[in-house]
Design a protein around this ligand. Structure first.
Ligand code: MEV
Length: 335
């Protein structure tokens, strides 16, 4: 049997990092998806191929005479992406008490490891595909929970935000909690005109989470106060998001970026994109995701072109993203 499952990427509208410390967040799935195709094998091996992950940074040096060449690329990022597949399979087969050898191939419509929730999308799609191949129909809550366990194991820390949004889709207000997070599905009255700007990542999510933890250890009151402020921004942004009050949302995005900057997770290039977007007419802009490079979002009604150009001028790679209602889904199944 062969199955293809897809799950969406996401943008965190408000609340990243503070959500790891129990504060609420607002997050939305986007119309870019990641696909996991899985096929049963006759043995117990797991073979993963990913030929299309938009991982940039390939350097090819031809030696004299062009007979020999040296390839340098960011293998760590590929190995990291594969780590989520391996762990998701391990956790799901333990949960189901069934073990199967599979061939897995991954394709993505968005850059991997750029802050758009691709590791969560890999974990969610892998859990769902593996369970289905093993003959089990998991509930969405189960998929989200196994995928979250995967992220926790691979990264050492993770909130349930990315795996929840990639499973359920839509726009969600999420507050972490035990035994499960509190979720509210939000129906937005107006579409959000958002431009996403992408840059190379300088550090991976796990590393950035560690840095924030170290900063909190060094200055707990200051960091907790920033987290509390981010929580308050999320609460104020929630009604503005539902009503489509773009002016209020823009101001709150700018405040949220200030707090993330205080936590040390922004970079020079992310800031350049954030500020150039504002100069080009965005009502608000902020980094989105873990930071350390990766992506920014800008809210720019009527100024999408201008903001995209401004981001390009400072070295970013902009693309328009629509928010999407669709979470994890089976794309095809062959006997
Ligand atoms: C990463 O997309 C978002 C963070 O808040 C980490 C997490 O929620 O697990 C930085």
């Amino acid at each position: 049997m062969k199955i293809t499952v897809s799950a969406p990427g996401k943008v965190t509208l408000f609340g990243e990092h503070a959500v790891v410390y129990g504060k609420p967040a607002l997050v939305s799935a986007i119309d870019r998806r990641l696909y996991v195709c899985m096929e049963e094998r006759n043995d117990s091996c797991v073979k993963v191929s990913a030929l299309d992950l938009e991982i940039t940074g390939l350097v090819l040096t031809f030696k004299e005479g062009f007979k020999e060449y040296v390839v340098e690329t960011d293998c760590d990022r590929i190995v990291e992406a594969m780590g989520y597949v391996r762990k998701a399979i391990e956790i799901t087969s333990k949960h189901l008490d069934r073990k199967k050898g599979v061939n897995v191939s991954i394709t993505s419509e968005m850059p991997v490891g750029a802050g758009l929730g691709t590791s969560a999308a890999i974990a969610v799609s892998t859990v769902a595909a593996y369970a289905k191949l093993a003959g089990h129909e998991l509930k969405l809550e189960e998929i989200a929970s196994l995928a979250h366990a995967t992220e926790l194991e691979v990264q050492g820390a993770a909130s349930p935000m990315d795996t929840t949004i990639s499973t359920f889709g839509g726009t969600i207000y999420l507050k972490p909690g035990k035994p499960k997070p509190h979720l509210e599905n939000l129906n937005l009255e107006k579409a959000l005109p958002i431009v996403v700007g992408h840059t190379e990542r300088e550090a991976r999510t796990g590393e950035i989470l560690k840095r924030v933890r170290a900063l909190r250890k060094a200055c707990p009151r200051a960091v907790d106060s920033a987290m509390k402020t981010i929580g308050a921004i999320v609460e104020e942004a929630k009604p503005a998001l539902v009503k489509g009050d773009f002016a209020a949302l823009g101001m709150l995005m700018n405040m949220n970026h200030g707090q993330l900057e205080a936590l040390g997770v922004s970079t020079r290039l992310l800031n350049d994109m954030v500020y150039s977007a504002r100069s080009a007419g965005a009502l608000g802009s902020k980094l989105t995701g873990a930071g350390g490079g990766g992506c920014v979002i800008a809210l720019c009604p009527g100024k999408v072109k201008e903001v995209s150009v401004a981001m390009k001028v400072v070295g970013g790679m902009p693309f328009e993203a629509s928010l999407s209602g669709c979470g994890v889904r089976i794309e095809s199944m062959e006997p």
